[in-house]
Design a protein. Structure first.
Length: 205
């Protein structure tokens, strides 16, 4: 089964396409990407776009990328890790709400079966972590768990420092981790969330 796996976000969205097998270790990763968007940079202390316009542009870019990947890879199902809370600022809360809404809406319209999971699922199943000590980064456990299954992932690198880009690595690891969670849960595809009236891939190409 071909799975499109997503780590939802507004700044850096993790994507992975995995051909799942009954034995997870036999599954193949055929595509990974950390899709980044950014706020418009100020010129002379000013921006040419309003914040709302900037948000709309970033959402449009991400949704378009989701649709492009669906058309390119024709997944049988989707798994998406959605944020659940813990943000410390109004801006972060807004970004979490946007990322959840656009992910749910996009795949409802596309009428693809979707399993929505939380970061806690990935942390527990992939990272083997139920509790995280104060100051401990559970992401390292998730990355290690992903590497056990797919040790040869080509992680994006930082151009100037020539080392793995931690932000992009975390996004891709979370997307791959979501695929591991999907395989672990073994959901009934017919029971997954999907739109009541979807549109076919041919209609969006």
């Amino acid at each position: 089964m071909r799975l499109l796996s997503i780590d939802s976000g507004m700044v850096c969205v993790g994507f992975a396409v995995v051909d799942l097998r009954s034995n997870l270790m036999d599954s193949s990763v055929i595509f990974t990407e950390a899709f980044r968007t950014s706020k418009e940079k100020k010129k002379d202390g000013k921006r040419s776009r309003k914040v709302t316009e900037d948000d709309a542009l970033r959402i449009t870019l991400i949704v378009n990328r989701m649709v492009e990947l669906v058309c390119r890879f024709s997944p049988d199902a989707v798994v998406a890790e959605l944020p659940v809370g813990g943000a410390r600022s109004a801006g972060a809360i807004k970004s979490m709400a946007f990322s959840t809404a656009m992910t749910v809406a996009t795949f409802t319209i596309l009428n693809l079966p979707v399993l929505f999971i939380s970061p806690y699922d990935t942390k527990r199943i992939v990272g083997g972590v139920t509790r995280v000590a104060k100051g401990e980064d559970y992401k390292a456990h998730v990355i290690a768990g992903v590497k056990k299954v797919w040790p040869n992932i080509n992680w994006p690198r930082m151009k100037k420092l020539d080392k793995v880009d931690p932000i992009q690595q975390e996004a891709i690891a979370d997307a791959l981790g979501a695929a591991i969670v999907f395989q672990s849960m073994k959901p009934d595809i017919g029971s997954l969330h999907r739109g009541p009236q979807g549109i076919s891939n041919s209609m969006i190409q």
